[in-house]
Ligand binder design. Sequence first.
Ligand SMILES: Nc1ncnc2c1ncn2[C@@H]1O[C@H](COP(=O)(O)OP(=O)(O)OP(=O)(O)O)[C@@H](O)[C@H]1O
Length: 301
Amino acid sequence: MTVLVDCQGLTKHFGHKAVLQQLDLQIHAGAPIALVGANGAGKTTLLSVLCGYIQPDQGRVQVLGHQAGSPALSGRLGALPQDAQFDPDFGLARQLHWLARLQGMSAAKSRQETERVLALVDLTAEAGSKVVQLSHGMRKRLAIAQALLGEPELVLLDEPTAGLDPLHAKALRDCIQQLSAHCTFVISSHNLFELEQLCGTVLMLEQGQIRQQVAQVSEAGVLRLQLCQENYQPLLPLLQQLPGLVSFLIVSKLQLELRYDAARVADFDVQLLQLLHQQDIDYRQLSRGPSLEQQLFQSGS
Ligand SMILES: Nc1ncnc2c1ncn2[C@@H]1O[C@H](COP(=O)(O)OP(=O)(O)OP(=O)(O)O)[C@@H](O)[C@H]1O
């Protein structure tokens, strides 16, 4: 597997405060990777070191085989910084075009890339607008477009959907999912629900180190069912008759957790949905596995 990031003994202080302490980390190419941690845990600091925006005090930081911050990473590493800034008085397309040119693209290729990334974040209609005319969420989308210029192999996104409306947040998640076929995303976010939908691996930053890696976000064989009303009692004996059911647990008033033999019954979820339909029982959500929140905070970490 291709190693995209390799940190060994990475240490960064701000004043007397050690934010990253002898941190070791390897990131491989593949499905999006989540970076989580409490406020002030050092997520932005870690991403900033990987981008070369700030220098570590100690340690080795290799990104795509180069030292972090190396000019060789231009166009190969994309980043959405937490507080990305643009010149407020210049047009969107003009700024993206200029950034693409800085990456070494020809004028024609820069135009093409500008159009592509603006379309990805649904800002084509605003291509000629000045940044000052954009809302906060639109500026965020522009910053994401900038991170995707040149089809980088690795993209670091710091709180990508914070401030986006639900529709554009979903569109961005879909976009990340599609682009993940050719590009590895590292996403720092406090939105565990979102990370759960997107990411294959979760890195938890705590006390300056990567404390926990949850290798698999979704676990086959476990479904969580969120119901709308408490009138589901007649469902319980019928659940026991579903082929492949191993056990079920009433987690809370409106939430059930079902364990099933995934090797034997691949379409257990479909059967469950059919049963709910037959019994006329409304549900709010059906999702796989223990939640990321449970894995991170209730598994004896
Ligand atoms: N330029 C700086 N000067 C001094 N201290 C800083 C600087 N940047 C970050 N810090 C401190 O480093 C620590 C880690 O900050 P960082 O922004 O990396 O955390 P974070 O995990 O991204 O937090 P959040 O989830 O709140 O965005 C915090 O205590 C912060 O106050």
